[in-house]
Design a protein around this ligand. Structure first.
Ligand code: MLT
Length: 322
């Protein structure tokens, strides 16, 4: 048994460099934890299309939804560690869920290998146009005057939009009913239709609809106003300081050869150095990380630090799903 294990281990060690030499020789599947049309899906399609050009292979988008991304991450963890199935996620799926969900079938910090950190964007406090409020103070007063009558969309417990809602509740003392969706793409469509009335949503998802006049923005959850939308005040300017930035990243299953992770990282770095991609991201309110911040080891250290930070925030707030 020991001999077989040693040979198997040696085999994978020897196979790694050989695998990397010909990698990628077929399309790469990118598992996206939320529905098409949302911010994670949009990031996946923009980044995947350009990384595919770098690597000479198509990226196939696999939207695997449910349970705020935990189903998708479980699928990504179990994928073959050969570089042909990787996953995209963010603060919610790859940090917060590790604290909130008690029975996950995986460990976010050891069962996945960080490939590259991706852009990060603040959130916007937004409402349906029908909501009778013209600024954040009026929105908060409206919510407090209509307790439990106003609904707001999230992508499930632990999602970025849920974390944003928690931060909003803590900063304002207001509440709204949390309605879970398979992603904030579908959720924002219901916001436009006034089926739900409020969201704290990633800037990249809501900003195009704000610009089109389909929903109203009250505040950005950042220390400073967004260069992409300087007309939107910060929450602090209205007297409700709250800062939530949703960063994204790419991960591979544990056991993926380092040489393959490096190839994927290099393609991601080249993608975010492309002026057209940078401009698209910045126009959506995204801050693009530097190549140094994107490096696998740096991203792994960043994820661990975020995990410790949010573990305390979420434990103190007693946020959990049994
Ligand atoms: C979230 O709320 O976690 C994301 O915005 C969901 C999504 O990308 O659809």
């Amino acid at each position: 048994m020991l001999r077989r294990t040693l040979l198997a281990g040696l085999g994978s060690a020897l196979a790694g460099p050989a695998l990397a030499e010909t990698y990628p020789s077929r399309p790469i599947t990118l598992v996206v934890p939320f529905a098409a049309g949302g911010p994670t899906d949009l990031m996946a399609r923009i980044i995947g299309e350009r990384m595919g050009k770098e690597l000479g292979q198509q990226f196939i988008i696999d939207n695997t939804t449910g349970a705020a991304g935990t189903i998708a991450v479980g699928k990504a963890v179990r994928a073959a560690p050969d570089g042909y199935t990787i996953s995209i996620g963010h603060l919610g799926t790859h940090v917060a869920n590790g604290t909130i969900y008690k029975n996950l079938s995986y460990d976010l910090l050891t069962d996945l290998l960080p490939i590259a950190r991706l852009p990060s964007n603040p959130m916007l406090v937004v409402s349906a146009n029908a909501v009778p409020a013209q600024n954040l103070k009026e929105l908060v007063d409206y919510l407090k005057a209509n307790p439990d009558k106003v609904s707001g969309g999230t992508a499930g417990i632990g999602s970025a939009s849920h974390l944003g809602a928690l931060a909003f509740f803590a900063a304002t003392g207001a509440r709204y009913q949390l309605v879970p969706y398979r992603g904030t793409g579908p959720a924002v469509q219901d916001l436009i239709a006034n089926q739900i009335q409020v969201m704290v949503d990633q800037s990249s998802n809501s900003l195009p609809h704000v610009r089109a006049g389909k929903i109203r923005a009250y505040a950005v959850t950042a220390k400073d106003r967004s260069a992409a939308a300087p007309e939107i005040p910060t929450a602090a300017e209205a007297g409700y300081p709250m800062e939530v930035a949703i960063w994204h990243g790419l991960w591979a299953p544990k056991g993926t050869p380092a040489a393959i992770v490096e190839k994927l990282n290099a393609a991601a770095v080249a993608t975010l150095q492309d002026p057209a991609i940078r401009s698209r991201m910045e126009d959506l309110g995204q801050d693009v990380p530097t190549p140094t911040e994107m490096a696998p080891a740096a991203f792994a250290a960043f994820q661990r630090a975020e995990y410790a930070k949010w573990q305390k925030i979420l434990s103190d707030a007693n946020v959990k799903v049994e």
